[in-house]
Design a protein around this ligand. Structure first.
Ligand code: AMP
Ligand code: ZN
Length: 501
């Protein structure tokens, strides 16, 4: 691993060269900021339903990158958009908007739906210790700018009109699809693009979705192409360029955006800017959180949310630790057992760290290094942590080094305090403040509502009855159900007794 003796490019003296995996080219690259402030844009939530645990992974990942930049004294301006208009059901160019369908389903206004789920997103990301972004632009507030952007593309000859809207002509862009690294067929297969009448190429995408005259939209704007709504990809180009400038360094999102959404963002942005420069330098994508061997998805239903975990007695930061225990570019299988194991690990960490408190307020490598001048063991561990985070954000290795430090017999107490504070500045696990009692998984039975209690007692009685009737499969099935509810059952001579795990 290379080292740099200067502070140029955020490479603190003695620090390891920061390397990131760039999806553009699919290779590890040295990261050097191009300006004083590194512009970073993360594709944000579509606020039409509760975010599930998988939806949180991109923000914990982007947060890890933010923390790595802070560690290297690289100033960042971070923008996360809120998609409250334009995202059609099934990610297609036609059809209903996700927000409008949700509003009809819940009999609330589109505005209510957007506000409600935006708040849920903020509550969940805050509970996960995700550093707030500098800006959270809402797509609906940028529609005039999106219309101007599309009009400019039209004026420059990049588009054609159809009754269904204004389309970007991908045949005019020889570099189209470079990020996806597959042929157009594969790209569209991956992204399940539907047929649109009159579209010249399957890859062409809507910049403006004209309203069907028989089906007035709820969210609608007048435009040179008639009443309608912007295409889904437009908002990210327009809001990022408006808030971060024409070119910026980092764009992040889930890996499902790599083949289509980000490909189209690049095509329209580079056509709009027309300066022959790549629009964004580094494209970073997190892999999926899986459930039962498949991508956890909103549409599949039943995908667990953060609130489901907390209701089951898990701390949100146990989920964060679970995520960071895998590399962001690896698929990760969700199971309650894995989160339980993460919670047990976090509890052990916090119990071990508690007597060391207060921890020094360390956020950067330079500050940490200055603190361990007289402790070679701590200095070596810090170097290992730095090497790990610099190697494409290897949080599993940062965690392992933290655990090594806590076991090291030769480290000084002050050295250990610094190493723990440094690791936590990168991991964001709340090691300076969490109380081990917050991580007790056992819920008090008194916390149950009367209804929950009644439901559990009913199941216990049903199982006793099934056992009396020697219906073992049913008894086992009920036991499994109780287990899922976090109920631990013990058969005693005087009958079954239960408690919460
Ligand atoms: P959405 O709110 O549906 O637009 O998604 C928000 C973010 O979650 C996007 O960056 C998606 O790529 C990402 N995402 C969706 N499902 C998963 C998953 N199962 N694992 C990881 N990221 C996901
Ligand atoms: Zn986007």
């Amino acid at each position: 691993m290379g080292r740099s003796g200067t502070n140029q490019g955020g490479n603190v003296a003695g620090g390891h060269q920061l390397r990131l995996f760039n999806s553009l080219g699919r290779r590890m690259e040295d990261f050097t900021p191009s300006g004083e402030v590194t512009g970073m844009y993360s594709c944000g939530p579509t606020v039409y339903a509760f975010p599930h645990l998988g939806n949180m992974r991109p923000y914990v990942f982007a947060d890890t990158l933010r923390r790595a930049f802070r560690w290297r004294d690289i100033p960042v301006r971070h923008v996360v958009n809120i998609t409250d208009v334009g995202h059609a059901v099934a990610d297609t160019d036609t059809g209903e908007d996700k927000l409008e369908v949700a509003a009809a389903r819940e009999r609330r206004s589109v505005q209510d739906i957007a506000d409600f789920y935006t708040d849920v997103f903020f509550v969940d990301t805050a509970a996960l210790n995700v550093l707030p972004a500098d800006e959270y632009p809402r797509a609906s507030a940028y529609v005039p700018q999106m219309i101007e952007f599309a009009a400019e593309l039209e004026a420059k000859g990049w588009t054609y009109r159809l009754p269904s809207g204004l389309y970007f002509d991908t045949a005019k862009d020889p570099g189209y699809g470079e990020l996806a690294q597959m042929d157009a067929e594969g790209q569209l297969e991956a992204a399940r693009v539907e047929q649109v009448e009159g579209r010249r190429r399957k890859t062409d995408f809507a910049l403006w979705r004209a309203e069907d005259p028989d089906q007035k939209r709820v969210m609608r704007w007048d435009s040179p192409w008639g009443w309608g709504a912007p295409g889904w990809h437009l908002e990210c180009s327009v809001m990022s360029i408006t808030l971060l400038g024409s070119h910026f360094d980092i764009h992040t999102g889930g890996v499902d955006h790599r083949e289509l959404h980000h490909v189209n963002e690049i095509a329209q942005s580079q056509a709009y800017l027309g300066d022959g420069q790549p629009w964004v330098r580094y494209w970073l994508h997190n892999e999926y959180l899986q459930l039962g061997g498949e991508k956890m998805a909103k549409s599949a239903g039943g995908a667990p949310r953060l609130a489901d975990l907390t209701e089951a007695g898990y701390h949100p930061l146990a989920y964060r630790l679970f995520l960071l225990g895998g590399h962001y570019r690896s698929q990760l299988g969700f199971t309650p057992e894995a989160v339980a194991a993460a919670q047990a690990t976090l509890r052990r960490l916090v119990t071990r760290v508690q007597p060391l408190r207060p921890l020094p307020p360390i956020e950067t490598l330079a500050a940490a290094q200055a603190n361990v001048a007289g402790d070679p063991v701590a200095a070596r561990l810090l170097d290992t942590i730095d090497a790990a985070i610099a190697a494409d954000l290897s949080t599993p290795r940062v965690l392992a080094t933290l655990q090594d430090a806590l076991r090291d017999p030769d480290i000084t107490p002050d050295g250990l305090r610094t190493v723990v504070a440094a690791a936590d500045a990168l991991l964001g696990l709340g090691l300076a403040t969490l109380d081990p009692a917050d991580l007790d998984h056992r819920r008090a039975v008194t916390e149950l509502s009367a209804q929950e209690r009644h439901a559990i007692e009913q199941l216990v009685a049903d199982r006793t009855q099934a056992r009396k009737e020697r219906d073992w499969p049913r008894a086992d099935q009920i036991r499994a159900e109780l287990d899922e509810l976090g109920v631990q059952l013990t058969d005693t001579p005087s009958g079954p007794s239960w408690q919460l795990r």
